[in-house]
Design a binder for this molecule. Structure first.
Ligand SMILES: [Zn+2]
Length: 433
């Protein structure tokens, strides 16, 4: 289209807009954020690890943080959010959710509640890639009230593809042949498989189960070549945690599965939560070596404490498993492994009106002994860094998206204060609550 025709189209649109509802792609979705928004006179906890800074004003332009100035130094005008006596933290990032297991309506409702409860970004770690892609688009253009959605494409050995969850997420395809849920064998053309996975719009791969060490290494090499990150269950049977570390994955999920480094693999990966927690203490040398490898190769740990401590049915191993995963997470953090918060669900509306990330933060602090600042960073900056989106989100700094949670009490005094939400700002716009 020529510039003259563009200009004419613009005039026509302007005329029509006064008479009827706006149409056309650029006007679709939620209202644009205010041109200028100022969170005035607030205590900023920016997520970088820096100490809290009282009496600051966060100046947001066109949805991005433009500057942070001493209160009183902000420009006049714009939309004002009164921050006096309150605390601004980065919007929360749940880096392990599953939202595509039910209907679209259920997913939209969960995402809306999660956003209203302070979650501004999520990383969906497996499900129906078609649905994840569509929800991500709807969130991006503002057709639904939702966090920013990133999602994975799953890979696993053929044995996994009898699992009813993956069959449900792949309807219309033979098991193992959906682009977002591929069966990988030693004979698979891995370069092609990774390219197919990328074609779903996934930002990363998820290695789930039933893969051997050599296959994991080939996937790791190819993913690096094609510039895509890998999340893996901390054991994928028969590949052990150390095989995944050697393959250079980006993040290991479920701290409890690290126990498999110290015992023989099981041929039945559905027993993955039943490791030998008594025989392989969390402080054994074999576990310590894995944690050191993670630190040295910059591999994050996504411990998912809440789901194991509170979300799963209790069994004979529950108490031992829970104390084991707390201990290994605590040790990982002490060694300098990046801890990334994730809930393995997103919300449990029947039991808690707020999204589960608040429960995970509490688990990280009271269970794994992280300081409130460390827990907060696990659910903000660390998640953004691990996914590779930290240039856009994860901290309150100039140039980042204005995804900000305004709290009535200081989360560094007590991490439970993340529940005391005054306002949620997403992309410079106050979210309706
Ligand atoms: Zn999961």
């Amino acid at each position: 289209m020529t510039s003259a025709r563009l200009a004419l189209a613009g005039v026509a649109c302007g005329l029509i807009a006064t008479l009827s509802a706006p149409t056309g792609a650029v006007q679709r979705g939620a209202p644009a954020p205010p041109k200028v928004l100022v969170v005035r006179d607030v205590t900023v906890i920016d997520g970088t690890g820096a100490a809290a800074r009282p009496h600051q004003s966060i100046v947001v332009r066109d949805g991005q943080i433009a500057e942070i100035v001493a209160a009183g130094g902000e420009p006049a005008g714009g939309t004002i959010v009164d921050g006096a006596g309150r605390f601004a933290v980065p919007g929360l990032f749940d880096a392990h959710v599953h939202v595509t297991g039910g209907t679209r309506e259920e997913a939209v409702d969960e995402l809306k509640r999660a956003l209203a409860g302070g979650v501004t970004s999520v990383w969906d770690l497996a499900g129906d890639g078609r649905m994840a892609s569509e929800l991500a688009r709807e969130a991006l253009v503002g057709e639904i009230e939702a966090p920013t959605i990133y999602y994975v494409a799953l890979m696993a050995g053929p044995a996994f593809f009898s699992d009813p969850r993956v069959i449900g997420a792949s309807r219309g395809f033979a098991p193992g042949e959906a682009p977002w849920a591929q069966a990988i064998t030693p004979a698979t053309d891995v370069a092609r498989a990774v390219a197919i996975a990328r074609g779903t719009g996934a930002t990363s791969l998820k290695l789930y189960a039933a893969l051997d060490g050599d296959t994991v290494r080939r996937i790791g090499d190819e993913a690096r070549r094609q510039g895509v990150r890998i999340v893996a269950h901390a054991t994928v049977f028969p590949a052990k945690p150390s095989d995944l570390v050697a393959a250079g994955v980006t993040m290991l999920a479920h701290a409890a599965y690290l126990v498999w480094e110290g015992s023989p693999s099981t041929p039945d990966f559905t027993k993955r939560a039943n490791g030998d927690f008594a025989g392989v203490p969390a402080d054994s040398p074999v576990i310590e070596r894995v944690l050191e490898g993670m630190r040295d190769r910059n591999i994050a740990l996504n411990p998912t404490l809440w789901i194991f401590a509170e979300g799963l049915p209790k069994d004979d191993l529950s108490a031992l498993r829970t104390s084991w995963m707390y201990a290994v997470t605590k040790r990982a953090a002490a060694l300098g492994v990046s801890i990334v918060a994730g809930t393995d669900r997103i919300i449990d509306a029947a039991n808690d009106p707020l999204p589960l990330i608040h429960r995970e933060l509490e688990q990280l602090a009271t269970g794994a002994g992280l300081k409130p600042m460390q827990a907060l960073q696990a659910a903000t900056r660390n998640a953004a860094r691990t996914l590779g989106v930290d240039a856009k989100v994860g901290t309150i700094e100039p140039g980042k998206a204005a995804d900000i949670l305004l709290l009535d009490a200081n989360p560094l005094d007590d991490i439970k204060n993340t529940r005391k939400i005054r306002a949620v700002i997403k992309g410079g716009r106050a979210v309706p609550r």
